[in-house]
Design a protein around this ligand. Structure first.
Ligand code: ADP
Ligand code: MG
Length: 222
């Protein structure tokens, strides 16, 4: 079985004053290892909800998410935390770097949280993304595009199997966006599985597979 991820009949329903909102309405999907998968949909279509459920940051209403063959939605919190730290990497839209730590310390942080600080690997990752010159800078003093590349380096620190990126280029202009898309495509070609949600249709050009998310359903991009 070469699917690293298998989503079966996933639903997410919110109840609010106006009644029920079915954000995910029976979503099923199979993802092979080493693919760069893009989900495109308008604001409010459930992109973050989908990614957060897969990343164990939010709970599903029903359905199953198999990661490496195991239904991870059934795991207890300690196992969930271990997966998030060890096997998943996260990149978010907005600046999520710790402002009082240097770029290098930010990238090293996941390994520190794991109890195995590894500045050598952090330096290598910065070099890989061509931003080693930023090592000693504080995040507030670098550009938006640089911040996102640092965030990607940080997400890769613990050698995750699955990278989850929620509109990572939301604040960037065209050229910087493409650079990030290319980074993800390159990481996928090295074996990392990347799920990225975006409202940028251009992302599809860089991905192995593209899905459209709308009205609670996922369909192949046309
Ligand atoms: P996207 O990331 O595509 O913009 P989201 O996944 O953030 O969309 O949200 C999908 C829908 O779910 C939106 O209509 C949003 O208003 C609704 N929603 C998200 N979080 C909550 C919540 N905690 N309570 C009620 N509705 C929510
Ligand atoms: Mg969102």
């Amino acid at each position: 079985m070469d699917n690293i991820l298998e989503i079966k009949n996933l639903t997410k329903v919110y109840n609010d004053a106006g009644g029920e909102i079915k954000v995910l309405d029976g979503v099923s999907l199979q993802v092979k290892k080493g693919k760069f998968i893009v989900f495109i949909g308008p604001s409010g279509s459930g992109k973050s909800t989908l990614l957060n459920i897969i990343g164990l940051l939010d709970k599903a209403t029903s359905g199953e998410v198999f990661f490496e063959g195991k239904d991870i939605l059934k795991l207890k919190e300690d196992k969930r935390a271990k997966l998030r730290l060890g096997k998943f990497g996260f990149v978010f839209q907005f600046d999520s770097l710790l402002p009082d730590f240097t770029v290098l310390e930010n990238v090293n942080m996941p390994s520190l949280l794991k109890g195995k600080s590894n500045f050598e690997r952090a330096k290598k990752l910065l070099a890989k993304f061509g931003i080693e010159a930023l090592s000693d800078k504080m995040p507030p003093s670098i550009s938006g595009g640089e911040k996102q590349r640092v965030a990607i380096a940080r997400a890769l620190m613990n050698s995750p199997k699955l990278l989850l990126a929620d509109e990572p280029t939301g604040n960037l202009d065209g050229e910087r966006k493409e650079r990030i898309f290319k980074d993800f495509a390159a990481a996928a070609s090295e074996g990392l599985t990347v799920l990225m949600v975006t409202h940028d249709v251009k992302a599809a050009e860089f991905a192995d597979e593209c899905y459209r998310i709308a009205e609670g359903k996922i369909t192949l991009c046309s």
